[in-house]
Design a protein around this ligand. Structure first.
Ligand code: NAD
Length: 368
C-alpha cells in the first residue's frame, strides 16, 4: 500500500515524461513569484534567467526582495523579515546565490531561509548533457538532501580558547520525512532505487538513527522501489567510478551538500547543476553553486544552473511542457557548443549565451 504523504507534501517531477501531481493555473493568470537576486554572480544570472522565462510566454509578477550583506546597513540583518514574508505569501521563489563569510561574520542566509520556511527537501538532479567534456556520458542521478538539521543546525561553541564543538542534530522525524520524500520522488518520477548515504559505522547514534529511519520508510515501498545503503566515503568512490549503479540518493545535510558538488562535477561542473528546496508550504529554486565572487559583474558566469532551476520551478507551478522546452533549448545550445560560457569550453559571456537560448525559444512553436 502507498505510504501516507505528509500534509502539504509535493514531489515535483524533473522529467518531461514523468507523472505529475502539480497544480494547474489558468493560462492568463500571471504567477506571483518572489525573486531574490542574491550577490556575486547572482544578479546577472537572475537577469538572464528572467529573460528566458519571459521567452516562454508565461506571465510572472516578480516580488523582488534583497538579502545578504548589502541589507545589513538598512535592516540590521542579512535576512530581513520581508524576504521570509514574501516567500510565505507567494509560496514560490527564484533565488540567486548569496555569499556567506568564512569563519566569522553572519550566519548563512541560505541556511536561515531554508530553516525559516521549513524547506526540508533539497532536490538536486545531476544529468549528463551532450557536448560537455565529462568522464561519463549517461549520468542521471538525483540527490535528495535533508535541509534543516545535521551540523547545519548552527549549534557550535568554543570550549575554552583552544577547542570548538559543533553539535550534529539528527532526529527520527526529519530523517523519516526526507526518506519518504526520496521514495515518493522515486515513485513520481519512474525511478527504481533509493540509496541512503551515511557514516553509521562511526556515528552510530546520529547517522545510525538516519539509516534506521530510512530502513523503516523503505519498508513501505518494498517490492516497488529498491533500497540499499552506502557509507559516505565508499559512496564518493563509487560515484566517480560507476555512477550508473545509482539512481536517487538520500543524505543528511552535510553529506548531501558535498556529494551534490561531486555529482555536479560528473555532469559538467557547478555551472550546470540546478536545485530546488521544497517544503510543505513553499519552495525556493536555486542553483547548487555559490556566488563565485571573482566572476561577479564580468558577464562571464554560466547561467545554465539557474535557468534549469527555473525549469524545475515551471514544473512545480504546473507547466511541464514549458519546462521541457526550456531544458531542450539549453541542452541544444550546449550540444552545438558554438556559443557557450568559459566553464563549458567556450568564450561566450552570460548574456551572449542567454541570447542564443532566448532566440531558440522564441523561434520554436509556442506551447499551447
Ligand atoms: P562557488 O560555487 O561560488 O564557486 C566555486 C567555483 O565554481 C567558482 O570559482 C567557479 O570556478 C565555479 N562556478 C560556480 N558557479 C559558476 C557558474 N555559474 N558559472 C561558471 N563557473 C561557476 O563556491 P565557493 O567559492 O565555495 O563559494 C562562494 C560563496 O558562495 C561563499 O560565500 C559560499 O558560502 C556561497 N555559497 C552560496 C550558496 C547559495 O547561495 N545557495 C551555495 C554555495 C555557496
Amino acid at each position: 500500500m502507498l505510504a501516507q504523504r505528509p500534509t502539504g507534501h509535493r514531489t515535483f517531477s524533473d522529467r518531461p515524461t514523468a507523472p505529475l501531481t502539480t497544480r494547474r493555473y489558468n493560462r492568463c493568470m500571471a504567477h506571483r513569484v518572489t525573486l531574490i537576486p542574491g550577490d556575486g554572480i547572482g544578479p546577472e544570472l537572475v537577469e538572464a534567467t528572467c529573460r528566458v522565462l519571459d521567452a516562454t510566454g508565461i506571465g510572472f509578477e516578480w516580488e523582488t526582495v534583497q538579502a545578504g550583506e548589502a541589507t545589513i546597513a538598512e535592516y540590521g540583518t542579512p535576512l530581513p523579515d520581508n524576504v521570509i514574508e514574501s516567500v510565505r505569501r507567494t509560496k514560490v521563489a527564484l533565488k540567486g546565490p548569496i555569499t556567506t563569510p568564512v569563519g566569522g561574520g553572519f550566519r548563512s542566509v541560505n541556511v536561515g531561509l531554508r530553516q525559516a520556511l521549513g524547506l526540508y527537501a533539497n532536490v538536486r538532479p545531476a544529468r549528463s548533457m551532450k557536448g560537455l567534456d565529462t568522464r561519463f556520458e549517461d549520468v542521471d542521478l538525483v540527490i535528495v538532501r535533508e535541509n534543516t538539521e545535521d551540523l547545519y543546525a548552527g549549534i557550535e561553541h568554543m570550549v575554552g580558547p583552544d577547542a570548538a564543538e559543533s553539535i550534529k542534530i539528527i532526529t527520527r522525524a526529519a530523517s523519516e520525512r526526507i526518506a519518504r520524500y526520496a521514495f515518493e520522488y522515486a515513485v513520481a518520477n519512474g525511478r527504481h532505487k533509493v540509496t541512503a548515504v551515511h557514516k553509521a559505522n562511526i556515528m552510530k547514534l546520529s547517522d545510525g538513527l538516519f539509516l534506521e529511519s530510512c530502513r523503516t520508510v523503505a519498508g513501505d515501498y518494498d517490492g516497488r522501489i529498491e533500497f540499499e545503503d552506502r557509507i559516505v566515503d565508499n559512496m564518493c568512490m563509487q560515484l566517480v567510478q560507476k555512477p550508473d549503479l545509482y539512481d536517487v540518493l538520500v543524505l543528511p545535510n552535510l553529506y548531501g551538500d558535498i556529494v551534490s558538488d561531486l555529482c555536479a562535477g560528473l555532469v559538467g561542473g557547478l555551472g550546470v547543476a540546478p536545485g530546488a528546496n521544497i517544503g510543505p508550504d513553499a519552495a525556493v529554486f536555486e542553483p547548487v553553486h555559490g556566488s563565485a565572487p571573482k566572476y561577479a559583474g564580468l558577464d562571464k558566469a554560466n547561467p545554465t544552473a539557474l535557468i534549469l532551476s527555473a525549469a524545475l520551478m515551471l514544473r512545480h507551478l504546473g507547466h511541464p511542457d514549458h519546462a521541457a522546452r526550456v531544458e531542450a533549448a539549453v541542452r541544444d545550445v550546449i550540444a552545438e557548443g558554438r556559443s557557450v560560457t568559459y566553464d563549458l569550453g567556450g568564450t561566450a559571456g552570460t548574456s551572449a549565451f542567454t541570447d542564443v537560448i532566448v532566440d531558440r525559444l522564441t523561434a520554436a512553436p509556442a506551447v499551447r
